[in-house]
Ligand binder design. Structure first.
Ligand code: EPZ
Length: 420
């Protein structure tokens, strides 16, 4: 397994190009199952999750090629079964359920396992697909869905903590080939849902309201192939913005969408971070002494749960008390115990992390756990005195394209090594 060895204390300076969004490209890859014609997806990030989704599509019978940021898929003839060994390893693969149902009127997909940030139920996915005509059973760890007729219908996707992103994607992809009109209420509003809707529309789907809590889909007979450029990854952008502020540097993010970052930029501004926007370029620098801020994660357009761990690190560096409350996932504080090994002073009180910021960090070996917790440990290592070894960085490679190369280009002393 590989580690990152980070020698802290270097302010990041320079430009970093933001890659295509992981959480957009995965459902868009699944959507190619909805047509027998070839599809081309550009600006695809070079991530292990993308490679993995390609393997899943191939296992379903599609022809897939991934090279130089372009994915070509042709699902001419496909089968209905999503393999347990493949699906259980990546939560995002559950989004093959909707397109298989839409294309074949039947699907058999392994229930995704839970993961380290908490149980990952799919009750809302199944409820939504049933509301457009699917007959759903759970047998031997598989979801079996049958739909003699996908009729469209009224769907409500609000759960106990708000909408579901991939649940909205699944129902949208099941509804585009249904015989009637589907109205999804309490739909997820994330930009990645809008990007998927744009791709489906390019394929000939009829969708309105994507990005709002109410999405209307009028079913069509069939969809054709399409080309699409994936939107920039707002979570990657937020991660590098926070790294710039944490290291007292100045970094310009190129090819990003600052309009997808309002909640993050609002909190960074409150903390004293300065930013300057020029189109799709965003320059971030620490404007002097940081101030503690409280953060609560919410569905979009609120503060994203995928940036919670990174923000916790910034507050650990900020003298004063900050309260970081996680409202989306049950246990998304794995980074806290590892940050404590570097000297951070954070106490967990139920859904909140009470950060007593301003303690100096010193390097130590730490263990990556989930994707975003791992990014938080990297940011902490960039600041900590001495050397930090972030172990098991396969977690990072799932969602951050060539993170060590991008950081070295910004002046960081980071190297990827085989774990002894
Ligand atoms: C997507 O996961 C993202 N992943 C996650 O990013 C992100 O954290 C999450 O949305 C929330 O924004 C991808 O897009 C591949 P949800 P998703 O369904 O769709 C509960 C990352 O680091 N829920 O919106 O799986 C669920 O337990 C990853 O890039 C139900 O109760 O998340 C959670 O508490 C991590 N029933 C909340 O809703 C359901 O049927 C939000 O989950 C579905 C979800």
């Amino acid at each position: 397994m590989e580690s990152l060895l980070i020698k802290g204390g270097v302010p990041l300076h320079g430009e970093v190009t933001i890659s295509g969004a992981k959480n957009a490209v995965l459902p868009i890859m699944a959507a190619t199952l909805l047509t027998s014609e070839p599809c081309v997806i550009r600006r695809a990030p070079d991530l292990s999750d993308v490679t993995f989704m390609g393997q899943i599509l191939t296992s379903l019978g599609a022809q897939v090629s991934i090279a130089g940021g372009t994915i070509r898929v042709q699902a001419a003839k496909i089968k209905e079964v999503g393999d347990y060994e493949l699906v259980r390893k990546m939560r995002g693969s559950i989004c093959i359920l909707g397109p298989l149902l839409g294309r074949l009127r039947r699907a058999c997909v392994s229930l995704p396992g839970g993961c380290i940030i908490g149980p990952r139920p799919i009750d809302l996915h199944l409820k939504g697909l049933a509301q457009i005509g699917a007959k759903i059973t759970i047998e031997a760890g598989y979801v079996r869905a049958r739909a003699p007729r996908l009729t469209g219908g009224e769907v409500f996707l609000g759960g106990r903590v708000g909408p579901t992103v991939l649940g909205t994607a699944n129902v949208m992809m099941g509804a585009v080939l249904a015989e009637g009109v589907t109205i999804i209420e309490s739909a997820a509003c994330e930009p990645e849902v809008v990007d998927l809707a744009d791709f489906l529309t390019a394929m000939g789907a009829r969708i309105s309201g994507a990005g709002s809590p109410t999405i209307t889909i009028t079913g069509v007979k069939e969809l054709h192939g399409a080309e699409h450029e994936v939107l920039p990854d707002r979570i990657e952008a937020a991660t590098y913005a926070i790294a710039a502020a944490a290291t007292k540097g100045e970094v310009t993010l190129l090819g990003c969408r600052p309009d997808h970052l309002h909640a993050v930029l609002d909190k960074l501004h409150d903390a004293g971070v300065k930013t300057e926007r020029r189109g799709t370029a965003l320059t971030v620098r620490r404007g002097g002494r940081l101030k503690p801020v409280d953060v609560t994660t919410l569905p979009y357009a609120g503060f994203p749960t995928d940036v919670q761990a990174q923000m916790t690190v910034l507050m650990a560096l900020t003298p004063g008390i900050s309260v970081i409350t996680e409202r989306i996932f049950e246990s998304r504080f794995m980074h806290v115990s590892e940050l404590a090994r570097l000297g951070a002073d954070i106490a967990i009180e139920g859904p909140s992390a009470i950060v007593r910021g301003g303690k100096p960090l010193s390097g130590a070996p730490v263990m990556a756990s989930d994707l975003r917790a791992s990014a938080a440990l990297v940011i902490a290592g960039l600041v900590a005195k001495g050397t930090t070894q972030v172990k098991r960085i396969y977690h990072l490679d799932r969602g951050y394209e060539r993170i060590d190369e991008k950081l070295r280009k910004l002046g960081a002393r980071v190297e990827r090594v085989e774990e002894p």
